[in-house]
Design a protein around this ligand. Structure first.
Ligand code: NCD
Length: 314
């Protein structure tokens, strides 16, 4: 069965259907009702890189739907340290599970894993490549706030060079006709091949270093962490660390319904003073990881989400 490796694996219509499924699953994600749609199914969580939200929200999603989860656990205590290849690990976990969520430091690893597996692979981040399940929860968050995805003005800011969340998100937003503003220090610009690919798809893209000025008529400001672990040169990291520090005082001239998002974890790019403003949406966004992943798990396992979600009481 096909998995989700990049956003190209989903049509716009499928994206909207999955978001609608996710919305109906909100009471299940909140634990207000129990709906064991995935009873008897097993998710394999294979995280070869640190993760809190992606791993835990996949696990929560599976368990809220009555399914089970097996974990690779800490890479240091798995056979990976004995030199097992990714190909072998995947072939084996394929036999233990019905679906696999995987994160790996190497770009392209998710596709490689999909080629080795019969079960669907959900790419939970492959190096600086893609992070499509994050994009699904990002789109869900944007749609909940603005009621639509099309035609919005979205600022993507921070580390656009190594940030996989913004690589996947910019492709999806382009397909929904959003206007994109890429705000980053010169060193961390969106890779040229991505920008030209987006433009070839008809994207309206502006690149700038001035984050604060670009926020004024935006509907969404998507902040990202500088991906320290992907820099080959520490001095290069030192030169762009702390490039943007969004503070509540920067929000005076913005649209009242503008939302600030962040895939988290944040370092210093959003000051805690922003948390209490009407614009902050990042913790809700992290919660949305549960519903978005519930809907994706159902879809890839071929289990329809009922039109009327009615579950038992807890
Ligand atoms: C992101 C990631 O791993 O790419 N985290 C996440 O999944 N929420 C962002 C990051 O690590 O900066």
């Amino acid at each position: 069965m096909a998995g989700l490796i990049t956003m190209d694996d989903l049509t716009n219509e499928q994206i909207l259907e999955i978001l609608a499924d996710a919305e109906r699953l909100l009471p299940v994600a909140r634990g207000e009702m129990y709906l064991p749609l995935l009873q008897g199914r097993i998710l394999g969580n294979l995280f070869f890189e640190p993760s809190t939200r992606t791993r835990m929200s996949f696990e929560t999603a599976m368990k809220r739907l009555g399914g089970d989860v097996v974990n690779l656990g800490d890479v240091k205590t798995s056979s990976v340290v004995k030199g097992e290849t990714l190909f072998d690990t995947i072939q084996m976990v394929d036999g233990y599970t019905d679906i696999i969520a995987m994160r790996h430091p190497r770009q392209g690893a998710a596709q490689y894993a999909q080629d080795a597996a019969r079960v669907p692979i959900l790419n939970g981040g492959d190096g600086a490549g893609h992070h499509p399940t994050q994009t699904m929860l990002d789109l869900f968050t944007i749609k909940q706030a603005h009621g639509r995805l099309d035609g919005l003005k979205v600022v993507l800011a921070g580390d656009l060079r190594y940030g996989r969340t913004v690589h996947s998100l910019s492709h999806a937003l382009t397909r929904f006709g959003c206007e994109l503003i890429f705000a980053s220090p010169d060193l961390l610009k969106m890779p040229e091949e991505i920008v030209s690919d987006l433009r070839a798809q008809g994207a309206d893209v502006v690149e700038t270093e001035d984050l604060y000025d670009s926020m004024n008529d935006a509907d969404v400001v998507y902040m990202t962490r500088i991906q320290k672990e992907r820099f080959a040169d520490e001095d290069e990291y030192a030169r762009c660390a702390g490039a943007y520090k969004l503070h509540a005082r920067h929000l005076n001239g913005v649209k009242p319904d503008m939302i600030i998002m962040h895939p988290l974890p944040r370092v210093d790019e959003i000051d805690p003073s922003v948390d209490a403003t009407r614009h902050a949406r990042y913790f809700e966004q992290a919660f949305n990881g549960v519903v978005a992943r519930m809907a994706l798990l159902c879809r890839l396992l071929g289990v329809p989400v009922p039109e009327e979600v009615q579950g038992g009481a807890l």
